[in-house]
Structures are given as C-alpha cells and as structure tokens.
Design a binder for this molecule. Structure first.
Ligand code: ZN
Length: 154
C-alpha cells in the first residue's frame, strides 16, 4: 500500500481520545475532537463525512446502528490505536513532510525548505514547526505502531 493513498480519511474523535488527535494531524489526517453530546458528534460526522473514533461503548453502538463508520477503542494507547487504524483502514503510519497538518489547529502545513533544515508554517495559527528533540519520541511511537501492526497482520 502506497503512502498517502488514504489521507482523504477524515476523523472526529471524542474528548477522551484528545491526545490521539494531534498524532492523526501530524500524519496528515483531517481530525477534530468533539466534547459535546453524542447527538452532536453524530451530526458532525454526518455533515463533514468523518469517521468516529471513540472510547464510549454507548456512542459506538448508536453510531453503528445508524450506519456511521465508527471505531471503538478500549484503551487510550496511541501506538496500539494507530496500529489498529492502519490495519482496519489502511491508515498510513509514515510521516510525509508534504502532507502534514498543524497538531494545534488542524490546518494543512506549508513545507519550507531552509538551507539547514525543513520547517513547516501553519497558515491557520501562524505557528512554526521543525524536527526538534521531540522528533525522536514521535518516531519511536510510529515505530512501535508499525511493530504492532506487523504482529496483528501475521
Ligand atoms: Zn495551526
């Protein structure tokens, strides 16, 4: 499966999965989180054509009954969630510098190549990003997710 083929997926995550949201944005997926009631989550999912990500069994059951695409998670563990999303949806687990979004505001980032490093500028909130020391942690989590994926598809 090629990188980027599935980046047209869009997600709405419930408030319990808030930390997952920035990961999906970094991987280039249009993702929002929603802290309103179930009805609001369903309406956002419908209007904006988003897949629902939740840890709430009740919401997952209602959504599935109404024909929504929904993934229910039992633990808030980023690498295992990403592995499962990759397994079930073909979610890309590789960072693509050209298709990444602002972890804070979800706006697609503009890649600016400097002489010494790559930088990303967010036209939405004005924030600038580069691969700093936190990058090692990001790579480690993605690595872990890829490892788990290999184990599940075996
Ligand atoms: Zn931003």
């Amino acid at each position: 499966m090629g990188v980027g083929e599935h980046r047209n997926y869009r997600f709405v995550a419930d408030a319990m999965l808030k930390n997952l949201v920035s990961w999906l944005r970094i991987l280039g997926y249009d993702t929002i989180y929603w802290s309103g009631d179930d009805k609001e989550v369903l309406s956002v999912a419908e209007v904006e054509n988003r897949i629902i990500l939740t840890m709430d069994r009740g919401l997952a059951a209602t959504a599935a009954r109404k024909g929504f695409k929904v993934l229910l998670f039992y633990e808030n563990d980023v690498s295992s969630i990403l592995a499962r999303m990759s397994h079930e949806l073909g979610l890309s687990l590789s960072f693509d510098p050209k298709f990444t979004r602002c972890p804070i505001c979800n706006h697609p980032l503009n890649l600016e190549r400097r002489s010494d490093r790559e930088e990303w500028m967010c036209p939405g909130c004005g924030k600038k990003y580069w691969k700093g020391s936190h990058w090692r942690n990001i790579n480690r989590t993605l690595e872990e997710a890829r490892k788990r994926l290999t184990n599940t598809s075996r």
